[in-house]
Design a protein around this ligand. Structure first.
Ligand SMILES: [Zn+2]
Length: 294
């Protein structure tokens, strides 16, 4: 007995990601015109996160048939990716597929609510490196202006491919940087990034608008350059240690490039951070330079 998805679940899965494959390395459009003028061709698949039948990939015997064909157990993929996730379940575990789904839906919703286009297939070449997004390119130029040594896409981990690795002045010390729109850093993604902290002393996430001042003309914590994960040190709001992320900044302003963790107890969340105006000037410069790259 297979617990297949009802048609309306399949349709909702496809529409919630704008008919694009949810694998972030694929993003193939799964719908288009048919040669019959009144028809469309659909090549996407409503894939099961945990299998529809016993013995299938990632089968979860704890689920009831109703839960198995519920929309929460589905992910929209192209034909290739649907096959891919079922032939290597070690590489594509349940939690990874859930994070793909969350990210794909979030991206679709960001596109819907703004006029931004997330097209990771368009690459921007600068200094012989091909950047996958304008935002990554903008950060690369910013790092270059700051004189920070970086590697673009330094390595791939199972769950997460950081955008940059930045070397600090201290020996054997570096930190990883992930670049994205603020809304893209879902909890699932942050946990996956947390797994990768063995690779680095700090992890920084950087956004599209890092140097905005608040009404008091100060750089508030919400607008500073990034967030860092240091698992084991980090406590959540219930004072339990987990992968909750604390805010950190690149502290080049202290004379050495390093990550400062604002979770340390003497700093509260209203702490206005003093970022030299130079930073916003450099950021504007990086933005203008990146806008000229086609
Ligand atoms: Zn695909």
């Amino acid at each position: 007995m297979r617990d297949d998805f009802p048609e309306k679940v399949k349709r909702a899965l496809a529409e919630r990601v704008a008919h694009k494959c949810s694998n972030p390395n694929c993003l193939k459009i799964t719908i288009g015109p048919n040669s019959i003028a009144t028809k469309s061709t659909k090549v996407g698949i409503a894939a099961h996160i945990t299998a529809a039948a016993k013995g299938g990939p990632r089968f979860d015997e704890k689920l009831t048939p109703k839960e198995r064909k519920d929309i929460s157990n589905g992910i929209w993929l192209c034909g290739n990716c649907a096959k891919l996730i079922d032939t290597d379940v070690e590489k594509y575990p349940k939690r990874l597929l859930i994070s793909w789904k969350e990210d794909a839906e979030l991206k679709a919703s960001l596109v819907l609510s703004s006029n931004k286009i997330f097209d990771s297939k368009k690459w921007f070449t600068y200094n012989e490196i091909e950047y996958q997004s304008k935002l990554e390119l903008r950060w690369a130029i910013f790092f270059e202006i700051m004189g920070w040594k970086f590697t673009y896409k330094p390595f791939e981990t199972e769950y997460w491919n950081p955008s940059f690795k930045i070397s600090t002045h201290q020996p054997n010390s570096s930190f990883l940087v992930d670049v994205g729109m603020k809304g893209e850093f879902t909890r699932e993604k942050r946990i996956n990034i947390g797994f990768a902290t063995n690779f680095s002393k700090g992890i920084l996430m950087v956004f599209e608008d890092p140097f905005l001042k608040n009404s008091e003309n100060e750089y508030g914590v919400n607008n500073i350059i990034g967030i860092s994960s240091l698992p084991g040190k980090i406590k959540n709001h219930e004072n339990k240690i987990d992968f909750e992320f604390c805010t950190a900044v690149v502290s080049d302003m202290y004379g050495k490039t390093d990550v400062v963790n604002l979770c340390e107890e003497h700093i509260d969340s209203d702490f206005p951070f003093r970022i030299p105006d130079l930073y916003s000037k450099y950021w504007v410069k990086a933005t203008n330079m990146s806008n000229r790259v086609e």
